[in-house]
Design a protein around this ligand. Sequence first.
Ligand SMILES: [Zn+2]
Length: 158
Amino acid sequence: MPAEPRWLADEMLGRLSRYLRFMGHDTEYVRGLADDDVVAWAQRDGRTLLTRDVQLASRVPGSRLLVSGELPVQIASLQDAFPELRWEVQFDRCTECNGRLAPCAPPRGQPPDAPRPEIGDSLAVYECLVCRHRYWEGSHTAAVRRNLSRWLAPKVGP
Ligand SMILES: [Zn+2]
């Protein structure tokens, strides 16, 4: 497993996909595909399949079977299996489409859901290079950071 993960998350793992993208992991998400197509995608793209489907997992060598349906358990078990990966929020993947984010100029005035007016001027804004969705630190990312700090083991070493 390289330090840059390439995941293919099965249809049942939508929330997990979003969290992996929050952490900057290259994560494609399967929607409405037959098992054969999922297998072909993982193999063609050299992606590690994440699935809760025992049969599907058995068809793709190196895939990760996630036994639990609980998001915190799923994330912790992946961290356990791949401790060398980055397990913290990074602003470099779009949680909507998996595109790369790039810093962009802050919008005029406040973003609509800015949690506190005082962060306006220094707000770092990122834009998806694919779907143009914009991101900034806000109440939502704060919640994601808080959740991850509860669910993940503390970082060991530098
Ligand atoms: Zn996007």
